[in-house]
Design a protein around this ligand. Sequence first.
Ligand SMILES: Nc1ncnc2c1ncn2[C@@H]1O[C@H](COP(=O)(O)OP(=O)(O)OP(=O)(O)O)[C@@H](O)[C@H]1O
Length: 516
Amino acid sequence: MDASVVENAPNQKEVDGKMATTEESEKPSNSIGLLPIMIFLAATVATAVVVEVLPHASRVFPWKLADSSADQLQPPPTYAIFGRSPTEEHLVHVVNVLHKFGYKRVGVNDSWNLLWAHDYPFLSFANLKNLGQHQVVNHYPGCGYLTNKVDLCTTQLPFLPRAFRLPAEREEFLDYARENPQALFVQKHNEHRHIKVRAPADIAFGSNDSFVQEFVQRPYLVDGHKFDIGVYVVITSVNPLRVYIYTGDVLFRYCPVKYHPFDAENVDKYIVGDDYLPTWEVPSLRKYYNRFGGSMRTVFEAYVRDQGKDPAQIWPQVEHIVRTTIAAKEKDIVNILRSYRTHNFFDLMRFDLFIDEDLKVFLMEANMSPNLSSAHFKPNSLLYEQVLYSVFNLVGIRPLTSTSGALLGESSEMITTDKNLSTDLNKCAAHDCDKSCNKEECDLCLQCLSGSEYKMLQQAHQEHLHRVDMKRIFPKPIRDPMRFDVMAETANMSKKNAWMTRWFHNKCQFDAVWCN
Ligand SMILES: Nc1ncnc2c1ncn2[C@@H]1O[C@H](COP(=O)(O)OP(=O)(O)OP(=O)(O)O)[C@@H](O)[C@H]1O
């Protein structure tokens, strides 16, 4: 797909901080270049002067010299909102949480620390290619590769129902329909909405930017109602990739009309729309939700157990689907990011999935700017604010304290310092990585990190410390560090992803809290 198409793709109906990780090109290779050597020598000389007073300062690494602004007291951070709706009703919770954190609102053309872009395309108006070090934006350029429905759904992945791009794959579709006479189909567009089960003869083949998808029959039903689930997902870094999912709850939306007897003309039986049936109105879930205080996810699980099935098999599938889908599009996003000087982006998305009778999970779509409006369902307001609380903390947008006045810079040593990042000391020593970085074994040793790599680890460390209800799913959680085969697990990964995975593995061997 053409890059400009993705950057500017018309997008979803639901268009409802990290600090810089500089481009790969900035990274001095393991054979340190001339400039860093000069800086290093200068630093070593400077350190020799203070070493008696500050023994820990004797550990000087080249990248530390760039770190001049740490711990400075700064004015309250600011945020701006990019959205076209005059009421901003749908952004109430975003504003609420940011104000509780002490953030001050400014205009999009003012100087902001956070840009919350709701509408798409968001790339045209601000100079996102040259973001300042203390600026962050809530979308990745290139995220359209994930949220563009046609592009995502026609990717061949086992958890996506079979789909055919129109009009290009018309013949393949007709062959498939002939070979599978029992199959039903839905036709979808990028602008989505109003999908309906159709016979192959009723498909509009001339419709550009659309696709036809096999309709998955035999859905899992709760009290006879079909439903879908919305999982909140955050990408905090690309190349190396880091992805988290919100575990505090999952959005469950039920169809208002019972699925059986099936009637293709009645979409309320099989399509989840705006007027969905919420958990607290589904008879068998009501008691768990109202009387016992469960979440949407836990009351559903209680129901599944009541039916004699094990809901635990659902979530590993969900994690696998999210991880695999994002990893499959990472290269495309990295290509788009090549023209961006800094990558101060994160992305909060909602993956919509649904479950069949055998508790097999299918992916429906990934929503950019998921709906965070509780106007229709008030009880959802807490869910949205909890999601935002976790997301903001994860990406470095954190409540101000009365004494700090402003956020501690990401570079603050009070949060992360060398000893939090260094791993594999034996290996580093065995390969003399403090003398030469030419060996691959040295690529996680502190002396051999470039400035951007140091920041990547620093950011990964701080995300781990501030996850709240976020669970890291890429790099994958490690069940048993002793049996984790690093070589096998990283064999098909990009160099950067393998590097990041090894770092988490090293941390996990040191302390199990780092395994997931
Ligand atoms: N191939 C399919 N098989 C079975 N059910 C489907 C299929 N496609 C869509 N549905 C049902 O229709 C719902 C809406 O589909 P989809 O998410 O593609 O459209 P949408 O209009 O973008 O919806 P949303 O409001 O979730 O953004 C799904 O949650 C699912 O219940």
